[in-house]
Design a protein around this ligand. Sequence first.
Ligand SMILES: Nc1nc2c(ncn2[C@@H]2O[C@H](COP(=O)(O)OP(=O)(O)OP(=O)(O)O)[C@@H](O)[C@H]2O)c(=O)[nH]1
Ligand SMILES: [Mg+2]
Length: 226
Amino acid sequence: MYENYRKDDIENHLNKIGFTPLDVMVTGATGAGKSSTLNSFFDKTVAKVGDGVDPETMELDSYSLTSKMRFWDTPGLGDGIQRDVEHARKITRLLQKTHHEQFYFLDLAVIIVEAGTRDIGTTIKLIEQVLRGNFPAGRVLVALNQADFAMKGQHWDSANNRPDAVLKNFLEERAASLQRRIYESTGMKVYKPVYYSAKYRYNIDRLYDLIIDHMPDTPRRISEER
Ligand SMILES: Nc1nc2c(ncn2[C@@H]2O[C@H](COP(=O)(O)OP(=O)(O)OP(=O)(O)O)[C@@H](O)[C@H]2O)c(=O)[nH]1
Ligand SMILES: [Mg+2]
């Protein structure tokens, strides 16, 4: 479904960068729905989804959507102190990976946050301890998943596969508050998060738009960053 979506926009951007594919890391707290989100992009099961009890993704896995765009699934933080240390180390290694010691490998990072929780401690920790210092702020995007369950399943209009007016309002406010809280806690300015449901494939195109609209047009040259 997304193989041909905004193909020209993607190609034009990537021509400016000068190489392909665009490497996008998907990150966030455990259980936020990173793997489910990737499955929605691909319209099939590519990444293993958890049963909601134990954390599922333990390693880094990459999936190419087209020859132009590649996604990296990562293990979520918030799953115990020792595991968090190991997972943070894996993610950091990916963030520091380079092409020919000239360019950094990753172009963008997307942080997935559960729409139904006000607890963004793990997200803040991820930004402060892993992303900040290893990755430029302008390349970090934030998205709220599980839009269907943000009010514990209430106000989800399942007949039309979308939130009703009450839930929509709630999600809008959540997005604005998340953007503000990230800035207050970390000093990082992010674009207003989009909200979507990986489970019901609601607004998946909005998430894809967020990525396409904020694709960088320069490579991350090592010498320029540090
Ligand atoms: N209601 C609802 N549930 C979802 C949605 N997306 C994911 N889930 C559920 O949330 C749980 C965790 O999903 P995963 O995709 O495994 O989450 P993850 O972020 O990859 O988790 P880790 O790999 O442990 O870091 C699973 O039970 C999913 O079915 C959604 O949009 N709506
Ligand atoms: Mg996972």
